[in-house]
Write a protein that binds this ligand. Sequence first.
Ligand code: NAD
Length: 492
Amino acid sequence: MNIEAILAGKPVEGLPGGHFIAGKFTPSAGGVTMESFDAGRGAAFATFAAGTAEDIDRAVTSARQAFQTVWRDTAPAERGRILTRAAQMIRADAERIAIVESIDSGKPLNEARGDVNGAARAFEYYAGACDKLQGDTFPLPRNYLGYSVYEPVGVSAQIIPWNFPISTAARGIAPALAAGCTVVAKPAETTPFSALLLAELLSKAGLPDGVCNVVTGTGREAGAPLVAHPGIDQITFTGSVTTGQAVMRSAADHVTRLVLELGGKSPVVVLDDCDRESALTGVLGAIYEHAGQICSAGSRLVIERGIHDTFVEQLSNRARQLSMGHGLRDPKLGPVNSAEHLAKIGGFIDRARDRGAEIVTGGAAATDPETGLGWFYEPTIVGNRPPDDELVREEVFGPVLTVQIADDPEHALAMAADCQYGLVAGIYTSNISNALRMARDIDAGQIFINEYFAGGIEVPFGGNKLSGFGREKGIEGLKSYCKLKSVVARVD
Ligand code: NAD
């Protein structure tokens, strides 16, 4: 793929067309298509199939049949071999997938490369787990034999958001396949392509037809019928709280198993005794990677008063220097996902200004400096806000950092913990007791000490409170796709 040609607005070649059902690309039942947008230019760059309930039904039927006739009977070691080949093929095709991901999601090319590598790593990790998923025996009296087995739940529905399309798809699809489940995935309507590329590669890696299906389209026309379909056995939903609640209600009708990965308003606690350089680097990356459109972004800086002034000054200087531009030029800060999302971010800052907030840096929409096009928002820092402020409580999902000043570590802990979300928290300090006390007392799914976003596919990930429930990644993530069966036999 020629990046310069794409930047000049030439058609992107080799994009998949149609849904991927039963091992091949197929148009929508209704023949309708939608446009996908290049956020860096603010213009449509390709079309894709707009799925409906009819397409979902075909995909679920295909997944059900593949589950019952092929995949659950495929030996775990063979599943592992296929997933290993998939990981190798993703790596071999990484640059093409990363370019498509960058243009579709807007993210800087290097971040997209990291996501594709992470997707390959997810397949590699779960490939190795296929033949290690073992049950237990129970210590019963001598004339009983009790054991447990992990059985695949069946057909998994994967609803994927636009901020990490390939990595979210991989972290759900890889463990589902490893456990012996089949899949119907529905990527977000603003980023349809990488899930299709992934399904095609899986097929080339030897995955039998129907084991992994992808239907593109809107949440209303394709997502809702998928989560309501009686033929699915499990849902992994990653997205907003409001949609997650709707999915939860829909799942109740068939008592469908559910993993909900929702939003966050994660604190990064920086204490006076931190290593200044790693804290500055960490806080900057926590909020400006992918322009803050990360569920686990560190969007609240909870900082001790003693270092507040100099730290925030250094941080704003660095934020101002971040290069901005089209994702394919690999800047530090790419565009935000859509014009609507840009307006939403702007609304948060306008309201904060009306409340008298100090905008330390940023605070305005922007465009690609090279072309004057696209949907960008300046890296923004908002000065000290009270605990009940909208910017302390609500997820912006953009490059906006809100500062909260703490009098001492105890006060910092109280402010960090005061949150309706519970996804992640970061802590920068050289005092191990303070770090571990905060790790213990903050109600969040994961805690990062002295390096934000530390860890990988090995580490379980998920939320508490409004951030959802259930865990992905790690061996825990594999168990989301299993049902545990206990068997007890009387042996006389
Ligand atoms: P969204 O809820 O609008 O959409 C997410 C997905 O749900 C899309 O594929 C969409 O088409 C689909 N959808 C919409 N309505 C649906 C319905 N009624 N039934 C079924 N599916 C439906 O979220 P978004 O704006 O795309 O993503 C941003 C949100 O996702 C943020 O809140 C972010 O924090 C969250 N997120 C969470 C994680 C995590 O792992 N916890 C990761 C990424 C994003």
